[in-house]
Structures are given as C-alpha cells and as structure tokens.
Design a protein around this ligand. Structure first.
Ligand code: B3K
Ligand code: ZN
Length: 867
C-alpha cells in the first residue's frame, strides 16, 4: 500500500476521536518475514451520530476483518493510503482484524522490526499503525492484553508491557507468553520484544512496600556492562519517590537494549526499550559522558511513567507536556546525583548549542508547535530542552512551594488522562493564585528573546538603575512578537569581589540577591543603598533562556570570573570574554583571560569539573551563531589563536594535568569523572600547540585506563595535526573492532576532527566495510559527528561538506526516513553564511527536493529549511 500524501495537521483543527477503544487483545505469531497480528478491540462510538470508523495503517497486509464475529464484505469497508475505513459500524462492537507484517524487512525501525535477530518495537509517535490497523492517536487509551507466540529455541524470551500472567509451550517447538497491562495507555506506548538475551535482575521496594522485579535484557555477552544502568534505575525510582512523591505502579519494570534504534530510548509502559549505547558501559569502553547520559536517560524514561504514561498527551502538539517536563525532572535528578552547578552549566551549553541555533533559523518553532506534517520532525531541542527551561521558569515565576503544590495537583487531577498544556498550567494557576496567561507565551512563541541591560550608578545618591529591554526577532510564520515574562536573579559585586547588598524599589530590606520577573518590553529597576559601584549579574543560574547583552567591560567580567558567588555567572563571564576575543571585539584581552583561567586551574582541586568547563572555550558552532557575518575559517583561526595563547601561558599547569596517570580503581562517580574531565580539557587545550605535542598525547593514549582518557588523547592527537593520529586509530580499531559501540567512537572521533583532510577522511569512512547505513548509531557516528561537531569542514567554502551530508541523506531516506530527515538539522544555519556557501547549501537541498520518491519526513525538513 502507498504512503499517504503529505497533509499539514493543525492544532486549531483538533477534534476528539469519533470512537474509543477500551480494550485490545493482541495475538502475535512471530516469524521474521511474516508475522501475523490478530487484534481484537472493543470499540465504542463517542458521539451520538453514526460515523465511519477511520483506522490508521501503514505497510500492512490485511488478512481478515470482522465485526462481532461476522466477516465484513468488501462494500462495508475501504482501504485508502494510510487508512482503513469501516463505513457504517454499529455504536458498540467487537472488531477482529488480522494483519500480516514483515519485521525482517522493516528498515524504518518503526513498528515491529528486527535488530540482531531479535524482535522489538518502536511505536512513538505513529509506529503502532505499522503493526495493526488502529486508532493510532494518543487520546485513545485502552487496556492491552498481549499474547506472544514464537519458536522457543530461536526466541526464548517473550516480553511486552505490564505483568506476565501466563506462559507455556504448544505445538512442539513453540511457546507463548501473555502480558497484561492494567493501565489504560495510548498505542504509542505499546512494546514487544522477543529473542535470545542475557539479562540481569534486581528488585526495588516502593515506599508503600510493593516489590518490583527489575530486569535489563541485552545481547548475549553484554550483561556485565548493564550494571551501571541498573543502579541508575534504582536511584531514579527512589528519587522520584523522594522528590515528586511518585511511586511505581506495576510488578515488573523491564528494559531491553537494542543495537538498531532511531534515537536514545523509549518509555513504553513497564518495558522501556533503549539504544544499547545508553545502557552498556564500563570503564574501558564508555566515557564519563556515556555514564552520565545513561544515568540521565534511564532516569528520563523512568520518570515518563508519571509524566507521559499515566498522564499522557491529548495530541502530538502537546509533546512538550511530557517531554519538557521530563527533561526538567531528568535534569533535577542529575543535579541531585552529581553537582548542581556543573549540571546547570552543562544544560545551558546543550540548550545554546542545539536550541538557540534552531530558534535562529528556518526550523524555528514554538515549544508547542501549531502545525506539522510529520510529528517525528518535532522531537526537537525546542520541544525538549526549551520545554525543560519553561518548567524551570514556571517554578521561578510562582515560587518553589506553589510549584510543588501545582505538580501534586497535576498528578492527582490529570492521572489517567490525555492532557493539554492548558490542563497543566491550570494546576499551577490554581496552586499559586496567579494568572499565567502571559506565561503561555513561552509555549506559543518561537525565538530566543534577547535581553539588553544597561546600568547607571549614582555615587552621590548611592542608587543604581538598571534599564532592561527585551526583543525577539521574527521567526517563520510569526512576524511580530510579544514581550514575555522573564525571571531574573540579580546580584552585585564590587571590583574587589565584595558582595554588594541593595534595596530594590518597593523592598523594605537590603538583599544580596533579587529574584523577580520582568514583563514588559522595557523595564527600569531602581536599587538604593548601593554603597559601591556594582558589577551586575542579572541572569544568575541562567534564570531564563535568553541571550544577554549587558555591556560589561572585560575587567568587570574578570572580576565576575574570580568572585561572583554564582557558578553559572563565573563560568559565563569567562565564556563572554573568550567570545569577545574570538569575535574580534576585545583583541587585547587574551593574556588576561589566560591568567584568569590559570587561577581556575589553581583552585581546580575544589571543583575540577567546573575548572574543566571553564577551560573549554565556546565552540565554533556557538561563534558561527553569534557572529554577524560568520566566516568559519576566520573564526576557526581566531579560536585556535586564543587557544594557543592560553595553552602557551598555562603550559606548565596544563601538562601535568594532561599527563597525570589514570586513577585506579576506576569509579564512574561524579568526583572521579570531574578529575578526568579536567585532564581531557587540558589535553584539548594543549592540542592547539600542534603536532609537537603528538608524542605526549600518544603516551597518554597508550597508558589510559579509561575510555574517557583514551578518547580524549585520541581527539587531541587529531586536533593537533599529529601524524601519530593514524597509528593510534589503527591500534584503537584493532583492539575494539568486535565492539560496535566503541567502533562508533572510532568513526565519530575521525569525522569530528577538524583536520585539513577531514572531508576525504569522511568519504573513506563512508566506504569502510564497517559503515552500515541500516544502523542509526553508525550513521550518526559519521554523519552527525561530521556535520554537527566539525563545522569548519561541514561549512567548507567549496560546498563539499554540504554535498557529503545531502548525499548520505539521499542514500538513507529510502531505508529509514525518520533518521534521514533528522540528519538534515545542521543545514538550519545555511542562510547565515556568505553567498557562495549559501548557493552550495541551496543546491544540495534542492537536489534532494527534486527526488520524486523522497519520504514525507525528509521532504518536510528540506522544504522548511529552504523556505
Ligand atoms: N519519547 C521518546 C522519543 C520518541 C521519538 C519518536 N520520534 C523518548 C523520550 O523522549 O523519552
Ligand atoms: Zn522523553
């Protein structure tokens, strides 16, 4: 059956479903190339008037269809692209549909497919319709009972959502298992896995005493590397009880790791399915960033059990209702498990790196978009990361206590429903007694507000006046913008670092910090009792996702770096100085910055992770986004020049850090990881000194006892231009060629290395026998690492980088449209560059647009990017 034609779906056109399905019993007879799916649904018309029942279906072969046991005749239903329409059904009935599907031939990795000879599913957002004809929309909640039948030898483990109620053998070599999920859920949370696994097991007792059996299922041979994920799961369960009073609600919680997966993980009820890269880790094969991501994503998917599963979305426009909120919960979890200040800085880096660039280009959209063609294309940094920031701001706007009351009200009131952002916000209005009408603008308006702040000190009157103005540039479809409520956290220090208290107009006492929300386009804040000229920090803790122009001098920023009590402000001050130097706005400040970074190293023992973050200068992507007319070569050179100044000045401090022996035994905890991150940052900084460092890096590479250190040394070899890079890569490959996750790193390190031969290297990697178009991790290790982490080469003036990415997308699109479409994201910045680059980018995109059989996913991305 053909795919349906592209249609634009609009939030304003939402209509409740004409029918509800309360119960679904599914029987799967699993065979790789011909699986039979029998679905028995109890269907009920929601409205009074008779209406056709329109079911979704993609890539299905209909075997039979019957209502209340009577097979339908061909004039009683119609098959259309993407749909099956039952023309005149009774108001309430039993629907039996049998379909046949081909999991082994499913390269889209949506619906039921095979990975490594095992069956697995991915249904969010619209994959269930590739399993059976269904009301595949999140506002239809049904109870599922699933019987899985398969050959016992080939597929010994059979898993689905909920609790196992029955299992047994039949027909000699076959067996079955029945899983019943008592919680009504939308079809996107359905999951099934079957195959040969190795597993680890543990248990968790909830605060009300319920015993939950925990299992993680991985490929045979991998189970030892799932221990950290299990530990993270237990910590997540406990944290959600302590911080949000949320308890788990089934007897089992299973996770299955699969090698071929389109994204990170999926929160299916009671049966999370994970990309194996976010489950498997040990010291030798995973970096600290991998451990951190495993902890965060295991937490994230677990937290979805309440924010997403028990309270789900009414429609896909409400995606941020579950994703933004769950990102916020995940970030809070990570902050509590590790270091809160470091976590905040990392979150900000991620937001700026991914979301600010999205907001600044043709793909900009609100946290709650108002239209889409393929919802897959809206699992974006805006919905996720900015969606998380919106929750964080909400807490600031109404205060922590009202926020907590609002959350509990939301859990109570909306449990078991498919909800909207309005339903969510209403709980906080009620809990706080405040109107959040203006706050809704954060959900509805795209673009990053820029906040301009100018201060004047009146020494005689001891007053300080801050004039603030906010502006948001137009984005596609939103030519005019409104002012948004922006929470600020303001504090002052003096030049010598002394904290300056002050009284904000209307306050009765002096404070060392002011938390407030500004609303209009222009705001004037008057502070009195200001005893010295203050250096203002207005966005402490990065209290809102805005860009800030505060016009501070380099000396004032140096004072902030050294003394501001807020870690985010200290970090940001250093970043701002570095940006100004690299953008040519403060050409003489490099020595002072180097000296200030030296002081960070001197106090690094207190918090090595913070020192490491301070040492990492804003990356090239950030400069490309900030510069008025970005020239990648010029900015790359400016960045390298600054790095060289810093590295030369601090060489004596950096070298011992970079060459410090590996700590043994290895610990994945935040403290040890922080020390390793400083070592990695030192290696990175020293790589700017060039190939002469090669021998030292090679020595670090050869003696490293963890992947973090080994990979950092390899990256430094790459960045330094040393010839030893290839020899080290060859050794790395030989050692790890049997481990796909490590070979992904081997691809990514090369693809992201900003060497002169990077494009030729990327082409060679594409032709490498280990490159595999069907494995999303491998594709991303080449394509995303190249286009996102190697901007100098991706944006090379001859257009070679653009052509490389577009041609990969062309090759992948027929196999896996969702993956192909998302690979196009780096084109979002194309209009910022000079005319020759723009014409190369346009040509590459237009060539894709000209392909007649391009998928809906990729076509939507190409058209939006070109528009
Ligand atoms: N909800 C899934 C993402 C599904 C992506 C579908 N295109 C994982 C997560 O955000 O937790
Ligand atoms: Zn999520």
């Amino acid at each position: 059956m053909r795919d349906a034609e592209p249609v634009t779906i609009r939030l304003s056109e939402y209509a409740p479903p004409a029918y509800q399905i309360d119960e679904i019993a599914l029987v799967f007879s699993l065979e790789p190339e011909a699986t039979l799916v029998a679905a028995r649904s109890h269907v009920r018309r929601s409205g009074v008037a008779p209406a056709p029942l329109v079911l979704n279906g993609e890539r299905l072969e209909l075997q039979s269809i019957a209502i209340d046991g009577a097979p339908l005749t061909t004039d009683q239903y119609r098959e259309e692209p993407g749909k099956l329409i039952i023309l005149d059904p009774p108001p309430e009935f039993r629907l039996d549909i049998v379909t046949r599907i081909n999991p082994a031939g499913n390269t889209h990795l949506e619906g039921l497919y095979m990975s490594g000879g095992r069956f697995c599913t991915q249904c969010e957002a619209e994959g269930f319709r590739a399993i059976t004809y269904a009301l595949d929309r999140p506002d239809v909640l049904a109870r599922y009972a699933v019987r899985i039948e398969a050959n016992k030898a080939a597929y010994p483990t059979l898993l689905a959502n909920g609790n196992l109620t029955e299992s047994g053998e039949f027909d000699g070599d076959r067996h079955f298992a029945v899983w019943v999920d008592p919680h009504p859920k939308p079809s996107y949370l359905f999951a099934l896995c079957a195959g040969k696994y190795e597993s680890i097991h543990d248990s968790f007792t909830t605060k009300s005493g319920r015993n939950v059996a925990l299992g993680i299922y991985v490929d045979p041979g991998d189970s030892e590397r799932a221990r950290y994920a299990m530990d993270a799961l237990k910590r997540s369960m406990q944290w959600d009880e302590q911080v949000f009073q949320r308890e788990y609600d089934l007897d089992v919680f299973n996770i299955v790791a699969v090698r071929d997966f389109n994204f990170g993980a999926m929160e299916n009820k009671g049966l999370n399915i994970f990309n194996s890269s976010l489950i498997l880790a040990d010291a030798e094969t995973a970096t600290d960033a991998d451990f951190e991501a495993i902890e965060a994503v295991v937490g994230h998917e677990y937290f979805h059990n309440w924010t997403g599963n028990r309270i789900t979305c009414r429609d896909w426009f409400q995606l941020c209702l579950k994703e933004g909120l769950t990102v916020y919960r995940e970030q809070e979890f990570s902050a509590d498990q590790r270091s809160r200040p470091t976590q905040r800085i990392k979150d900000v880096k991620r937001l700026r790196g991914r979301q600010f660039s999205e907001d600044a280009g043709p793909l900009a959209h609100p946290v709650r978009p108002s239209s889409y063609q393929k919802i897959d294309n809206f699992y974006t940094a805006t919905v996720y990361e900015k969606g998380g920031e919106v929750i964080r701001m909400l807490k600031r706007v109404i205060g922590a206590e009202a926020f907590e009351r609002g959350m509990q009200l939301y859990f109570e009131r909306r449990d078991g429903t498919a909800s909207t952002v309005e339903d969510f916000v209403a709980c906080f209005e009620e809990a706080s007694g405040k109107s959040l009408k203006d706050f809704m603008g954060w959900y509805e308006q795209a673009g990053t507000p820029s906040l301009t702040v100018r201060g004047t000190y009146d020494a005689a009157a001891r007053t300080y006046t801050l004039k603030l103005s906010q502006r948001t540039a137009p984005t596609p479809g939103q030519p005019t913008k409104q002012a948004l409520p922006i929470p600020l956290q303001i504090g002052f220090i003096a030049k010598d670092g002394a904290i300056i208290a002050s009284k904000l107009e209307g306050d009765t006492i002096s404070r060392v910090e002011h938390k407030l929300v500004i609303t209009g386009e222009e705001t004037t804040l008057k502070f009195s009792d200001v005893l010295e000229p203050p250096i203002p920090a207005v966005l402490r803790g990065f209290s809102a996702p805005v860009t800030l122009d505060d016009d501070l001098t380099i000396d004032e920023r140096l004072a902030q770096m050294a003394h501001d009590p807020d870690p985010f402000t200290r970090w940001e001050a250093g970043q701002s100085i570095a940006r100004a130097i690299m953008l040519g706005e403060a050409p003489n400040a490099a020595p002072a910055l180097a000296t200030a970074l030296g002081r960070e190293l001197d106090r690094a023992q207190e918090d090595p992770a913070f020192a490491a973050l301070a040492l990492r200068l804003p990356d090239l992507n950030e400069l490309l986004l900030t510069a008025q007319k970005p020239d990648p070569e010029v900015l790359f050179a400016a960045r390298e020049a600054l790095r060289r100044t810093v590295a030369t000045t601090l060489r004596d401090k950096l070298t011992p850090l970079a060459t410090a022996p590996s700590e043994t035994p290895f610990s994945p905890g935040a403290d040890a990881a922080g020390r390793r991150s400083l070592k990695a940052a030192a290696l990175d900084m020293l790589s700017s000194l060039g190939a002469e460092q090669g021998d030292a890096f090679l020595e670090v590479f050869d003696t490293a006892r963890s992947m973090t250190e080994g990979a950092a040394a390899l990256e430094a070899l790459g960045a330094s231009g040393s010839d030893a890079f290839d020899a080290a890569l060859a050794r790395f490959y030989e050692r790890w060629k049997a481990n796909p996750l490590v070979i992904d790193k081997w691809f990514a390190i090369q693809a992201s290395s900003p060497r002169a031969d990077a494009l030729a290297r990327a082409e060679r990697l594409r032709a490498h026998p280990d490159f595999n178009l069907k494995n999303p991790n491998r594709v991303r290790a080449l394509a995303a690492a190249f286009a996102m982490r190697n901007p100098r080469v991706f944006h090379s003036s001859d257009g070679g980088g653009y052509r490389f990415l577009a041609s990969l997308v062309e090759q992948i699109d027929p196999l896996n449209p969702a993956l192909a479409a998302r690979l196009l994201t780096p084109f979002e910045s194309w209009k910022r560059f000079d005319a020759p680059r723009q014409s190369h980018a346009r040509a590459a995109l237009e060539q894709l647009a000209a392909l007649t059989n391009l998928s809906k996913n990729t076509r939507e991305m190409v058209e939006r990017t070109l528009a």
